[in-house]
Design a protein around this ligand. Structure first.
Ligand SMILES: NC(=O)c1ccc[n+]([C@@H]2O[C@H](COP(=O)([O-])OP(=O)(O)OC[C@H]3O[C@@H](n4cnc5c(N)ncnc54)[C@H](OP(=O)(O)O)[C@@H]3O)[C@@H](O)[C@H]2O)c1
Length: 405
């Protein structure tokens, strides 16, 4: 029991840290001091100016740690529970180095501000350097969490779409239009990638034509894209002719695979790992019947390949696992595409990597289990021989030379 209370007090200390941090962005009396913290680092997290760094420790990090110590101590005293003191002891671990750094007696930064290239993708539950880098250099009014990502997940600040260049395939379809609307509302600059030259999009959207099989021609455009949403798809319903088999796999699986490889080949810079994302619309047909066998087969293959690719992903790859919504592809859908689009963005901003939006409760149960077992199985029985000692160069060399054509 005392151990559990101790863990709770540590979590409380982290919540205090995050609240203090958010206040540093919105509450005038401490805003100027928090600004020092932002000025202290260059884009590679090296210290920009030692005096600013020391000042930022004294006026930002020390008071932040003092608040953590003070509030956790107050809670321990009020609850009169020895376990609750653990959060206070934990907070001291941050107070002491902050004091030493403010006096120039410790120059090593904490782990989230360690200088150098970003080598990981943003972590899901614990704040790593790449996660925190986005707070400094992507959007300062998001990614507030200091240690555990929970506060951002609650606030919807785990992903900022403001100013991001987001490209959507299948743009003229029902969900494509819904996503364009919602992404634009969130401040993203949207590129509508469409095979329909006559398609009309909301004002402010850039339209880009492409055709199946000519994915490589999109490469120059994808270089500047932050988030690619691969959303196009086809449903041949009851047709089981050879042409239907070919079309289902070509549209739903292989073109998506080619676009995935193409997009991953654009991840060349350290910060691309932090800002670039790939969202792939698979479908709940990954785990449930869609009463269209070829649709299921092609989407399941796609889903499995995405699971495989996520093992070595050079950026965040999200799966969109959607239930039936009304569109040309599914005239019997029960949800509406604009509502599904809003739900997708809501969950993406809370860093759901598997975005499940459906009315079928079984999917919420089956999909995470399938995804977990599948990824463990793939991890155990496959290896990526081409990934070198430097994970950054490994992915880039491999992806820029293979499969794209
Ligand atoms: N509706 C559902 O119940 C449901 C459920 C789960 C998942 N999904 C998935 O959601 C995505 C969007 O579907 P939707 O329901 O919005 O259907 P939709 O309105 O029919 O949109 C699909 C779009 O995909 C593009 N497309 C179709 N055939 C193509 C081809 N041969 N080559 C390249 N692009 C092609 C077209 O967009 P452009 O003309 O702009 O290129 C089309 O408008 C699909 O991946 C679908 O599988 C749908």
């Amino acid at each position: 029991m005392q151990f559990i209370l101790g863990i709770i007090s540590i979590l409380l200390a982290e919540v205090v840290r995050d609240i203090y941090h958010i206040a540093g962005h919105y509450w005038q009396p401490i805003k100027q001091f928090h600004l020092l913290h932002h000025k202290a680092y260059r884009r590679d997290f090296s210290i920009a100016n030692l005096e600013t760094y020391k000042k930022s420790q004294l006026y930002n990090d020390v008071p932040e740690a003092l608040c953590m110590v003070g509030l956790t101590a107050a809670i321990a005293i009020l609850t009169q529970n020895p376990g609750m003191w653990l959060g206070c002891v934990y907070s001291f671990v941050f107070l002491v180095p902050a004091v030493l750094r403010s006096q120039g007696m410790l120059l090593a930064t904490d782990l989230s501000h360690k200088p150098g290239d970003l080598v990981e993708i943003p972590a899901l539950w614990r704040v790593n350097r790449t996660y925190h880098w986005r707070h400094h250099f992507d959007e300062t009014n998001a990614y507030f969490a200091g240690h555990f990502t929970s506060v951002d997940r609650v606030l919807g600040t785990s992903l900022s779409l403001k100013g991001k260049v987001v490209a959507v395939t299948g743009a003229s379809g029902a969900l494509g239009q819904g996503l364009i609307e919602e992404l634009s509302r969130q401040g993203a600059k949207v590129i509508a990638i469409t095979t329909n030259p006559a398609a009309v999009f909301r004002a402010g959207t850039t339209a880009l034509s492409w055709e199946l099989g000519a994915e490589a021609e999109l490469l120059p455009h994808l270089q500047g894209v932050d988030i690619l949403v691969i959303n196009h798809g086809v449903n041949v319903h009851g047709d089981r002719s050879p042409a239907a088999v070919y079309q289902s796999y070509e549209v739903n699986t292989f073109s998506t695979l080619r676009l995935t490889e193409l997009f991953l080949s654009t991840i060349t810079k350290s910060n691309d790992r932090a800002t670039k994302e790939l969202w792939i619309n698979t479908s709940e047909a990954e785990v449930n019947p869609a009463f269209s066998p070829l649709y299921e087969l092609s989407k399941r293959t796609l889903g499995d390949l995405v699971t495989l690719q996520r093992l070595d992903a050079a950026c965040i790859i999200r799966k969109l696992v959607l239930g039936p919504f009304k569109s040309q592809l599914n005239p019997y859908g029960v949800m509406s595409a604009p509502w599904v689009a809003r739900a997708i963005i809501f969950l993406a901003k809370r860093d759901f990597r598997d975005i499940i939006v459906t009315i079928n409760p079984i999917t919420y149960l089956l999909f995470p289990m399938k995804e977990l077992f599948q990824s463990v199985y793939f991890r155990l029985f496959t290896k990526n021989a081409k990934i070198s000692a430097n994970p950054m160069s490994g992915n880039i060399v491999e992806r820029s030379t293979s499969k794209v054509n």
